[in-house]
Write a protein that binds this ligand. Sequence first.
Ligand SMILES: N[C@@H](CCC(=O)N[C@@H](CS)C(=O)NCC(=O)O)C(=O)O
Length: 192
Amino acid sequence: MIKLYGSKMTSAYRCHVLAKEIGLKYEEVSVDLGNPGEGYLKLNPNGKVPCLVDGEFVLWESMAINFYLAGKYNPELLGSSIEERALIDQWSYWAILELQPDMFKVVVQVFTPEDKRDKDVIKNGTANMKPKHRILDDYLKGREYMVGKAFTLADINVGSVAIVNRMIGNDLSEFVHLEKWLNMLGKRPCFR
Ligand SMILES: N[C@@H](CCC(=O)N[C@@H](CS)C(=O)NCC(=O)O)C(=O)O
């Protein structure tokens, strides 16, 4: 049985979303991140989650796991041409390299007890994300999905970062196309 280490409240989230989308049968294994243990460090020497074990094959880094799972179990999610695949790559890297770092900083503060919370980090992180949200909003104008005419891995990979806005109560009302797309994602069973 395929094993996915890491809970839905971690970077493993996007892998759980994809697994649900493709109906993958797998076991979710929780990891004590403060003390992952020798056994887990043999799988992922970074001591981070997620990590996937598919038979003898071991893979870490959430994006790599998603491209692997999609390629092996549901290649349709990787687009219908080289160009679509390239755009899925582009937006996936963009999500994790451009949008996620500020999102991560904000999330950590939002879930920190109020007396210890650094409100400047929330303010600056939210401000830094605005131009990124503008780029996404402009791109999504007139589109139902991120790439092509069908739901792809780009919707999952970008959505897994952008949907966190909902969890932290970030006001996106000025980004109507982004809002519409997030609403569409929110209705999909894999994101619920
Ligand atoms: N780039 C990695 C990031 C993984 C990551 O930072 N995971 C966090 C949980 S969200 C973790 O395991 N942290 C434990 C630690 O830093 O020791 C990925 O996307 O897989």
